[in-house]
Ligand binder design. Structure first.
Ligand code: NAD
Length: 491
């Protein structure tokens, strides 16, 4: 059965009649089909959101009233924890414990933004001091309007929550377009919203291809704000299209993040964070620390342990016990990562471990966890995002050299440093040109803290109060308080 589109609180068929196969990456079997929305479906979804924003109750409700519904949505997600986690495993391929973590975080994100919605009610209007005593100004914040959200496939439901929860908390209405590769858990938000009593049209979910549904959403004049997470080329394209209407945009893009390990680090801890930094979610993580820099004196011992532990990672379908590396998300990504590995070998990098399809896996998009060493700093494999379980390791001599090597990238999403010397960690953390820095760890993410990148890794920040601000406009109201005439034309 083909899934439907969620427009104006109802499930409707796409007018396109086109479908997209949903494939389980562990088995390569088609287990569902999605409606492929066209421009007319997108238009209907935007019009529903527009009507809900311009004439509906949602933006006028108090933050506390909106918070009640957001919390009910969080409860609805938590109630379906097992079902949604299993669906994410089947759709995306990730190991079950990671899927469960995603769904718990999804519910947590709705809870968190419910709290910020409540705070909006108590936020006093800011009074601005003016140099002219006859005038007074106040500043307030209002929802930005109708927001369009376009998201990737690596954390399907969680990436939706990072946009839907703050937008709704702010009083915006939204059209969400999930990735065509993994739309199923995002679609579940439709029933969860209805059960929570979200007014119709506040959230609309359209499945479809980027070039059709995504493009139509980006071009639609009824959309006030676009929030995009995905690759740099698509982000650049969206920026150009949005520029024609001066649309407010925020972009969360790719990365090639460094992890710098100093010689005083504990080897066991360093090895585990390196592995977590690049192998969780099959390395399909924008902030993955896929460039590892190890201080020369620690390098041989650390590499020996890293290779030893990497060989032990249990590969398999995400629903099997103890699996820590599932299949890549689909055939395209599988082929892309295989090409990247070939390119690394062709460019002369040393393949320290992995690099191929694991033995016994002739079905499913499985790849071995892979470690490259000895690549030049300007090589493709050291510089470009691979988005798979592939890490490149180089050695360095001094702190200054490590910082220069870490910052030598067109990306600036994340960076990490490991050392027992706290002053050194602080110095290096400050020197990184990246929006997210981890000290003595890599990857843990909290919805209270800002998320986003420097350089080509994006524009703006999600999560925390920063992510909330994405969906709020700032308004000044200036009053003339004097009984005297203005006296410019009429004396
Ligand atoms: P992608 O750019 O191919 O697709 C992302 C979304 O854009 C999908 O929904 C797709 O349908 C849509 N899209 C494609 N063409 C479009 C167009 N012309 N107009 C409008 N929408 C269009 O990215 P992906 O392969 O799904 O995800 C992987 C990328 O996402 C990686 O580069 C990764 O680093 C990045 N990412 C970044 C973050 C972050 O927070 N910075 C988080 C997750 C993923």
């Amino acid at each position: 059965m083909t899934t439907k589109l969620y427009i104006n609180g109802q499930w409707v068929e796409s007018t396109s009649k086109q479908i997209i196969d949903v494939i389980n990456p562990a088995t390569e079997e088609v287990f569902e089909t999605l409606a492929a929305a066209n421009a007319s479906d997108v238009d209907a979804a935007v019009k529903a959101a527009r009507e809900a924003f311009d004439n509906g109750p949602w933006p006028k409700m108090s933050g506390a009233e909106r918070a009640v519904i957001l919390r009910k949505m969080a409860t609805g997600i938590t109630k379906r924890l097992v079902e949604l986690s299993n669906l994410e495993v089947k759709d995306n391929g990730k190991p079950y414990p990671e899927a469960q973590w995603d769904i718990e975080d999804t519910a947590g994100t709705f809870e968190f933004y419910a709290g910020l919605a409540e705070q909006l009610d108590t936020e006093p209007e800011e009074v601005i001091d003016l140099p002219e005593p006859r005038f007074s100004s106040t500043v307030s914040r209002e929802p930005i309007g109708v927001a369009g959200a376009i998201i990737p496939w690596n954390f399907p439901m969680l990436m939706a929550a990072w946009k839907v929860a703050p937008a709704l908390a702010a009083g915006c209405c939204m059209v969400l377009k999930p990735s065509e590769v993994t739309s199923l858990t995002c679609l579940a938000l439709g029933d969860i919203a209805n059960e929570a009593g979200l007014p119709k049209g506040v959230l609309n979910i359209i499945t479809g291809l980027g070039k059709d549904a995504g493009q139509a959403l980006t071009e639609h004049p009824g959309v006030d704000k676009l929030a995009f997470t995905g690759s740099v080329p698509t982000g650049a394209h969206i920026m150009q299209v949005a520029a024609k209407q001066i649309k407010n945009i925020s972009l969360e893009l790719g990365g090639k993040s460094p992890l710098v390990v100093f010689e005083d680090s504990d080897i066991e801890k360093a090895v585990e964070w390196i592995m977590f930094g690049v192998f969780w979610n099959q390395g399909q993580v924008c902030s993955s620390t896929s460039r590892v820099l190890v201080q020369e004196s620690l390098y041989p011992a650390l590499m020996a342990r890293l290779i030893e532990e990497t060989k032990k990672i249990k590969i398999g379908a995400g629903d099997q016990d103890g699996v820590l590396l599932g299949p890549l998300v689909n055939k395209d990504q599988f082929e892309k990562v295989k090409q990247a590995i070939k390119r690394g070998i062709d460019d002369g990098a040393t393949l320290a471990v992995g690099g191929g399809v694991p033995a016994g896996f002739d079905k499913g998009y499985y790849l071995e966890p892979t470690i490259f060493t000895d690549m030049p700093q300007d090589s493709w494999i050291w510089q470009e995002e691979i988005f798979g379980p592939v890490v490149c390791v180089k050695s360095f001599k001094t702190e200054q050299e490590a910082i220069e090597m870490a910052n030598d990238s067109r990306f600036g999403l994340a960076a990490a440093v490991m050392s027992q010397d706290e002053d050194r960690c602080t110095r290096v953390a400050k020197a990184f040109r990246a929006g997210i820095v981890w000290v003595n760890c890599s990857q843990p993410t909290f919805c209270e803290a800002p998320w986003g990148g420097y350089k080509q890794s994006g524009i703006g920040r999600e999560l925390g109060k920063w992510g909330f601000n994405n969906y709020l406009e700032t308004k000044q109201i200036t009053r003339f308080n004097s009984d005297e005439p203005w006296g410019w034309y009429i004396k």
